[in-house]
Ligand binder design. Structure first.
Ligand code: DAH
Length: 436
């Protein structure tokens, strides 16, 4: 599941061989029109298209759904439970909440905000064209809510939560959807807030980076911040999943924290990763004008939490407008539990396709994107069944199985066939594959 992806420390050089923008802009939504192939109109602004553009009409049509602000939608319920935990449990001496919650920052961010502000290295795998919805070479749909860390600090906030829709090109299955929701948390401390009256110093005069700490921080800063963040996040998980929850922490890597930690919870006999966190890279605080403090950040995937908590089996259900889904959550009381009851599942239909590719030019996420852009919510799963290389031509052939299933009704044989043909046509046109 893709709640967290930025921990990948692998550096690869990204090849942009297949760099054509996807050119099928016919079914644009009312509010977010793509007028033509030259500009994209999104949230009242026009953006010129260029060779980095990967955004598609299907994705644009999701921008105005705001599931996290739709009252009693399961994503909104999870958001409110987390916000409520922070605002009731963590208050100042007047009883006012310490954490400020934001849930309406625009999902359109600059590449600078999404990557550079966090010092994601230029050749980091998460910048890849095949992983992101780029509007053009300056703007994109945010790939994570961490894109707002520096600017929210610069607005003067030292304790905050940011919830929003995030966008990533990805493979298709019941746990992955190109739009999902995250919540970011940040808390910064002054020397006094962290150490009280005890003697302690946030910063290390020797400025040495080690496995345990960043150059700027003293070791006691890291230990105190680690303790604070682990305590708050463990009690958050108990608030959501109950007091007897088993949890475990492990070390990991993110470009924007050091050290970094992830948390897993034990649920239905499995360990499930629920969040990434760590001591914030000091340059983010410095850039936000708060270089005299030190702090932690964390990121949570809301779909994942909702799927675990309510037993929701397929991530596409969150986008369903079917009352049989929505109504199950309408009257759910604060903090009560619920087990989602599947309404009669429609039968799936499988269709296979095989094609020759030009070796080195085929980008898996571009393939998934075309399937998704044509098929939208009718695609349940795309599976690579077989790979074959011709001994004579050395050309490779791939065979995929696409599972079609609509959540709300049974699809007709000819509807599926027609869609399958449209997908095949576009693959031939846009990815220069030859169907076998
Ligand atoms: N932005 C990360 C992702 O989407 C999640 C994350 C990890 C956020 C660690 C954080 C953090 O703030 O400290 O993969």
């Amino acid at each position: 599941m893709h709640c967290i992806r930025f921990q990948c420390n692998k550096l690869i050089l990204i090849s942009y061989t297949h760099s054509k923008p996807l050119q099928h802009y016919s079914n644009s939504s009312q509010h977010n029109n793509i007028h033509n192939n030259v500009t994209i109109s999104l949230l009242d602004r026009e953006y010129p298209v260029d060779n980095l553009t990967t955004i598609t009409p299907t994705i644009l049509s999701k921008v105005d759904r705001h599931l996290h602000n739709q009252y009693q939608h399961p994503i909104e319920i999870i958001k409110r439970r987390i916000v409520s935990y922070f605002s009731h449990k963590w208050v100042d001496s007047n009883g006012d909440p310490l954490f400020k919650s934001f849930d309406n920052f625009s999902p359109v961010v600059s590449l600078e905000q999404n990557f550079d502000s966090l010092r994601v290295p230029l050749d980091h795998v998460t910048r890849s064209k095949s992983d992101n919805y780029y509007i053009n070479n300056q703007f994109m749909l945010r790939a994570h809510t961490s894109a707002h860390q520096r600017d929210t600090i610069a607005l003067g906030h030292s304790q905050f939560l940011v919830t929003g829709d995030v966008y990533r090109r990805d493979e298709i299955d019941t746990k992955h959807y190109p739009v999902f929701h995250q919540m970011e948390g940040v808390e910064l401390f002054t020397n006094e807030e962290l150490f009280g009256n005890e003697q302690g110093s946030l910063f290390d005069p020797l400025k040495e980076e080690t496995e345990e700490k960043q150059a700027e921080h003293s070791l006691e800063t890291v230990l105190a911040i680690e303790k604070n963040l682990k305590y708050k996040l463990e009690s958050l998980m108990q608030h959501l999943f109950g007091n007897n929850l088993q949890m475990r922490w492990s070390g990991t890597y993110f470009p924007f924290t050091h050290p970094s930690y992830e948390l897993e919870i034990y649920w239905n006999d499995k360990w499930l990763e629920v969040l990434g966190s760590g001591v914030m890279r000091q340059h983010i605080l410095v850039a936000g004008g708060k270089g005299s403090k030190a702090g932690y950040a964390f990121g949570l995937g809301l779909e994942r939490l909702a799927m675990i908590l309510f037993g929701i089996p397929d991530i596409r259900l969150f986008w369903s407008k079917d009352r049989r889904f929505i109504d199950q959550f309408i009257n759910l009381q604060e903090n009560s539990s619920l087990n989602y009851k599947p309404f009669s599942l429609q039968p799936p239909a499988m269709r296979d396709m095989s094609f020759w590719i030009n070796n080195g030019e085929f980008e898996m996420n571009d393939f998934h994107e075309i399937v998704r852009d044509e098929g939208e919510e009718w695609i349940e799963n795309v599976e690579l069944l077989d790979e074959y290389q011709s001994p004579e031509t050395r050309r490779k052939s791939l065979c995929f199985r696409i599972t079609y299933r609509c959540m709300e009704r049974t699809l007709l044989g000819e509807e599926i066939q027609e869609l399958h043909t449209r997908i095949t046509d576009r693959l031939q046109k846009e990815m220069s594959v030859s169907i076998r």
